[in-house]
Design a protein around this ligand. Structure first.
Ligand SMILES: *Cc1c(COP(=O)(O)O)cnc(C)c1O
Length: 396
């Protein structure tokens, strides 16, 4: 339950940054029935629901194959392994991403080459990618950050020119499209995470590799399952990196709701655009013309980020920062030899970006409450001449 308390003229509520409970409650019966059915079958590892979910997710993304794996980071590592990219190879990754993208490259044995991002859409900067290509470069990993695709026109062109593979990190972009093509079907391989808070999230960990390549599909199938080609025939040095049947059962239910959930995120975004339009101190998200955005995050930029964040917290609104430190500033990646100043765009963004709550269950009253607090902070209360949104709420 939200605690509702009055404050000046407006109503403020405690609004969490994510609300997984609300989502679960909306589909509780479907999920528990699916999980119970899987448990009764007892096919816990690579069971019926895994095969069915792979089929359904492949259709959703538009690839011939989809292979369920243990997590998003494992999807990325297995993609590299299946392409025989390891020691001696270089792989281009963005500075502004969740660290898993870079750690997957390290785990493969290849060398991550970090590149800065675009200041408004947060994707890999194509000009900088081009400059980072060397004789050892084997692949580019564009991360479709926040819910929209990178500039894939340019990235595909660079890859083609230099004979590189493209592995899409679509962990934040389930259902997003670029030129009408679904993320995860654009490059050679797509990698997804089903971490609970993603647009499509499991009740635990999970991931998926998508591809049209027969060879990649065969190798990922083998590498995720101890390198087996048939029972107790181990043809490659694989590992255990499988998607659980119970998670697949949950994900099958949730995949059916994903289009409606992504649409609801889009409606929340529209409301933010409408209500924050006249606040000059903040920059609202920019969607590239070729893209449909699935708003995994609704990220605004402001010079006064920390003050705004504290003000929202005091008003009961939880926010996030993605990410407070670019990957090259993390201690775990110190050996890459970068320092402050290496990737100025990502560094500047890390001090300006603020992620506002966005999820399918977020209601119009909550968005109004958040926007009221933001406008209050910057000294732009609702204009008496413009309609206060509470007067004419549009259902979302
Ligand atoms: C969540 C995420 C991952 C890692 O996914 P896990 O399932 O947690 O391993 C990788 N890349 C990006 C961009 C992510 O957001």
């Amino acid at each position: 339950m939200y605690v509702i308390r009055a404050r000046s003229e407006s109503i403020f509520m405690d609004i969490p940054f994510t609300n997984l409970r609300a989502q679960f409650l909306s589909i509780e019966q479907e999920v528990t029935a699916a999980v119970t059915a899987a448990m009764r079958r007892c096919d816990y590892v690579l069971g019926e629901d895994v095969a069915a979910f792979e089929e359904e997710f492949g259709k959703f993304v538009g690839t011939k194959y989809a292979l369920g794996v243990a997590s998003g980071v494992e999807a990325l590592r297995l993609a590299l392994v299946a392409l025989d990219i390891g020691a001696g190879a270089e792989v281009i990754v963005p500075a502004n991403t969740f660290i898993a993208t870079v750690l997957a490259v390290e785990a493969s044995g290849a060398h991550p080459v970090v590149v800065d991002c675009t200041p408004d859409t947060y994707g890999l900067s194509p000009e900088l990618v081009e400059r980072a290509v060397t004789g050892r470069t084997r692949a580019i990993i564009p991360v479709h950050l926040m819910g929209q695709a990178c500039d894939m026109d340019q990235i595909l062109r660079i890859a083609e020119t230099h004979g590189l593979r493209v592995i899409e990190d679509a962990a934040q972009a389930h259902g997003a499209t670029w030129q009408g093509r679904t993320c995860g079907s654009i490059g050679d391989i797509g990698c997804f995470s089903f971490y609970p808070s993603k647009n499509l999230g499991a009740c635990g960990d999970g991931g998926m590799v998508t591809t049209n390549s027969d060879q990649v599909a065969r190798l990922v199938r083998q590498f995720r399952h101890y390198g087996q080609s048939a029972e107790y025939e181990h043809v490659v040095p694989g590992w255990n990196s499988r998607l659980d049947t119970i998670q697949a059962a949950v994900l099958r239910v949730k995949l059916r709701h994903l289009p409606e959930w992504n649409a609801a995120r889009g409606r929340c975004a529209e409301l933010y655009f409408q209500f924050l339009d006249e606040v000059p101190e903040i920059a609202l998200p920019v969607t590239a013309a070729a893209n449909t955005h699935v708003y995994h995050r609704f990220v605004i930029q402001t010079e006064r980020r920390d003050g705004l964040r504290a003000h929202l917290a005091a008003a009961g609104v939880e926010t996030g920062v993605h990410y407070p430190s670019p990957v090259h500033m993390q201690k775990a990646l110190k050996h890459l030899g970068h320092s402050r100043g290496s990737f100025p765009v990502a560094e500047a963004l890390s001090g300006r970006m603020l992620s506002l709550p966005i999820y399918p269950e977020l209601g119009i009253r909550e968005v109004i409450s958040i926007c009221t607090a933001i406008r209050e902070y910057f000294g732009h209360p609702w204009d008496a001449h413009s309609d206060h949104p509470a007067e004419s709420p549009q259902p979302i």
